[in-house]
Design a protein around this ligand. Structure first.
Ligand SMILES: Cc1cc2nc3c(=O)[nH]c(=O)nc-3n(C[C@H](O)[C@H](O)[C@H](O)COP(=O)(O)O)c2cc1C
Length: 182
């Protein structure tokens, strides 16, 4: 199975990236093929407008991700919390999946794989372990509801200023186990 890791933080060695990478390591140990992409390396524009009510899909770096999206068996999506929500890059990435919507056309919808497993990750500095459960719930429901993915597990790293992920062996072990369970 191909496992696609997406990091919605600008920090390639930050908290979010470390958790996504560790989940991928667990998946790799389990014999899966893994691919890691930091959205900071991609120029991905928001959807743009087209005639009438329709949106159009910019031909930017998102095009480079289409082959990986279309062949993924699992998605590992990590985002830092920015102003009580997913990061800008993460939201634009999600919006751009609209390319595969029925609204765009059945031929595009059919290119999106079935039965994709998903692992979701949020990291944030607030010292409240349940502080952003609603955001995580929204993220999971979006992947399940629109893309029929199956959420295998989610990780939350709170208090990241005081306790960066790289110092949290228990959480990193949980991430590895999540990867192995994909
Ligand atoms: C623009 C911006 C907005 C942020 N907003 C929040 C917030 O609303 N709540 C919070 O707990 N942390 C907030 N943070 C802190 C980050 O979520 C936190 O440091 C996160 O772990 C960073 O992940 P990274 O190391 O992967 O970049 C914000 C950080 C930035 C840069």
């Amino acid at each position: 199975m191909r496992v696609l890791g997406i990091v919605g933080s600008p920090h390639k060695d930050g908290n979010t990236a470390m958790l996504v990478k560790t989940v991928l390591e667990g998946a790799h140990e389990n014999g899966h093929e893994t691919f890691l992409f930091n959205l900071i390396d991609f120029k991905i524009e928001p959807l743009s407008s087209a005639e009438g009510k329709k949106v159009s899909y910019p031909e930017d770096d998102m095009v480079r991700l289409y082959p990986y999206i279309e062949t993924m068996g699992a998605l590992v999506l990590g985002t830092p919390i920015y102003y009580d929500n997913v990061s800008d890059r993460t939201k634009i990435f999600i919006d751009r999946l609209h390319y595969y919507s029925k609204t765009h056309g059945e031929e595009y919808r059919s290119r999106f794989p079935d039965n994709v497993k998903a692992a979701t990750i949020i990291t944030y500095e607030w010292e409240n372990s349940e502080g952003y459960d609603e955001v995580l719930k929204w993220l999971n429901q979006t992947l399940e509801g629109y893309w029929r993915m199956r959420i295998v597990g989610s990780l939350k790293a709170d208090s990241t200023t005081k306790k960066p992920v790289k110092e949290r062996k228990d959480l990193l072990e949980k991430a590895r186990q999540l990867g192995r369970s994909l």
